[in-house]
Write a protein that binds this ligand. Structure first.
Ligand SMILES: *Cc1c(COP(=O)(O)O)cnc(C)c1O
Length: 383
């Protein structure tokens, strides 16, 4: 087990995010908590337990491996929906456990039907529609081949949802494309209704769409990044601020990432620090070694860039981030000792390293940085 760092999940922050989101969407819209990518790096097992505790009962995952973790943690207390991969050999488990799943091609539909018949159970389907993202989903012209099956096999196939996903709702630049997708989705819904085939619910919105295009909320929203307290993009945040009187950020970062100083050393003027020649000491320096590197998910692109907090001061990463270690400049921190707390994401005294500033430096999205954080780092819920 890793003993060199810890991830903390702030339950109160999460509670505030969920209250904000529920108030925004209203009672009629179900909130599905998207926990793919190890709950965006937060730790899926710990995260879903915390979320369930404050009233979340619907979770969206990418694949069956993640679905199994949610199932093992919450048993039958929550609804689980797989938005991506269900391998043929996993279909038995999925149907037997009432796990819901996206269907975007006919072969998955046939497989589901076969297994449902064998188990004398119902497979619970969300039919995904291709509306312009060009990733997964049925095109309108393909629907004629599945409509008769859905109508005929009601004993084994539950048409639970009709869904789609937008191609970049977080950016105004995609406004026209998303509007077209919304229209296409509604057209297809109408087309199915005309064929006397009605899903129990419609859903399409991720975080960005739910804020930028309220008409996409429909019966359920699939919320990932915002529940973790981060905006999908600065544009979505600014757009929100423009619509509200209270100009404060309603979202609160749930994650903190902390480690401790492993050793402290002095470096002479004119010496290089770390591998190669990427950092030359231009003065006498004091360096703290942190036992974290890219193997733990602290990106190499933060070499000579990343900021961490030590004893209430912001310190910069010097030299390259190594596999298991990195060095930070603590020359201006008066007292630094082995074991002193190092904050990689989070708050120390009155300073904060947000995921966003962390990612601005490395030119990556919040999404990518978070999901890189190693699964093996222990997660702890702070009540
Ligand atoms: C990841 C994902 C979401 C959630 O996206 P956020 O931007 O994190 O809210 C919703 N729907 C689908 C299909 C996804 O893959």
């Amino acid at each position: 087990m890793h003993t060199n760092s810890i991830i903390e999940l702030n339950k109160q922050a999460y509670q505030k995010n969920i209250s904000f989101l529920k108030t925004t969407f209203g009672k009629k819209v179900l909130l599905s908590s998207v926990v793919k990518g190890n709950a965006y790096g937060h730790g899926i097992k710990e995260f879903v337990a915390m979320a369930y505790d404050i009233g979340i009962t619907h979770f969206s995952v990418f694949d069956v491996e993640e679905a199994k973790i949610v199932k093992a943690t919450l048993e039958d207390k929550a609804t689980i929906m797989v938005m991506g991969l269900v391998q043929d050999e996993d279909m038995e488990w999925v149907v037997a456990n009432d796990v819901e799943f996206f269907v975007f091609d006919k072969s998955r539909l046939s497989k589901a039907l076969k297994i449902a018949k064998k188990q004398t159970k119902k497979a619970i389907l969300h039919i995904e529609i291709e509306t312009g993202m060009n990733r997964t989903g049925f095109e309108k012209k393909e629907l004629s081949s599945i409509i008769p099956i859905l109508k005929k096999e009601k004993e084994h196939l539950v048409f639970k949802g009709l869904c789609t996903h937008y191609a970049g709702a977080e950016s105004i630049a995609n406004y026209y494309r998303v509007e077209k997708q919304i229209k296409q989705f509604n057209d297809i819904y109408q087309y199915l209704c005309d064929q006397d085939l009605r899903p129990q619910m419609k859903h399409s919105a991720c975080s960005a769409a739910s804020m930028m295009f309220p008409q996409t909320r429909m019966d359920m929203v699939r919320i990932g990044i915002m529940q973790y307290g981060l905006w999908p993009s600065p544009e979505v945040f600014v757009n929100y601020l423009n619509t509200t009187k209270n100009k404060t950020d309603p979202l609160h970062r749930v994650i903190s990432w902390k480690s401790n100083v492993m050793s402290v050393k002095k470096v002479n003027i004119g010496d290089f620090i770390g591998y190669g020649t990427s950092f030359l000491a231009e003065r006498k320096m004091k360096i703290a070694v942190i036992p974290l590197g890219y193997s733990h998910g602290y990106s190499r692109s933060l070499s000579n860039q990343g900021r961490v907090l030590i004893n209430g001061q912001r310190c910069i990463v010097v030299g390259s981030v190594n596999m298991n270690m990195m060095t930070v400049d603590v020359t201006d921190v008066e007292i630094v000792n082995k074991e002193d707390e190092v904050v990689l994401i989070g708050t120390q005294q009155d300073l904060t390293v947000s995921v966003a500033s962390f990612s601005d430096f490395s030119n990556q999205l919040n999404y990518e940085l978070l999901t890189r954080i190693s699964k093996t780092i222990p997660r702890k819920i702070i009540e």
